[in-house]
Design a protein around this ligand. Sequence first.
Ligand SMILES: [Zn+2]
Length: 296
Amino acid sequence: MPPSEDPQEFREVLRQSKNIIAIAGAGLSAGSGIPTWRDTGGVWKTHNPATLATPAAFSADPIAVWRHYHEMRERALKAEPNPAHYALSLLCLPSYLATVAPSAKFTLITQNIDGLSIRALKKTVARSRGQAVAPGALDATVSLGSCVFEMHGRVLDTLCTACGHVEHNDASPLCPALANPVPQVTDTTLTVDDLPHCAHCGGLLRPGVVWFDELPRHSREIWGTVDEADLCLVIGTSSTVQPAVAYVHEVAEHGGKVAVFNTQRGDDDDESCTFLFLGPCEETLPRTLFDISVSQ
Ligand SMILES: [Zn+2]
């Protein structure tokens, strides 16, 4: 049976759900101007992941890797969360969640490294503290750590290659050598000593993201929520590519429902999902979840 595109039918399923998870991919941040990875214009259309996003690539040429991640950091710093991030942030507020799904828990699992989901959530929590928007509908009893799992790390974090220390650092640039454009300095004059180093042990820092050949973060906690989920929202990614496909398969296996919000129909979406809402998720998600537009 083809998936339903009926928002009212979806909201009824949402209302009855007990454990809701959302798995978000690059399409969630596309509306914020963050390039996707493999689509037309995507990062891996013009760069080779093997030379920039693996531990081996960093060992071979840390300067080239840092230059690339400097650009990604700058893009993330300039970007703002879009209405899809804000819609998801509302689901993280227990009392707001209760208005659309009275007995549900919600967990967001994002593949994105731009930190925009956390920024939207912090802004939503701050707003809920400062304003009496829909009295009783918003509160601040939200735990960032248990509501949002950033499975691929954060581009604004640094990770020490020597002592393992992880730190959030939104300095721009992270160090003078990464300033863009670099005045009077070419790549060939830079040395590893010019790159960011750990304030604790002096070791070389690397971007705090998960690279190819590395294990995603929070795997145990994520699978715990997937195992319990009776509704899985797939946002800005196809339900038929990893890692979403593994979660979708597991949720469907134990009788849960799957709702896809994406610009394109995946090859097997008709078989794997109960609901399909095609279009930019910054439009479809607020409209479908709440029957409203969420302002920024
Ligand atoms: Zn260190």
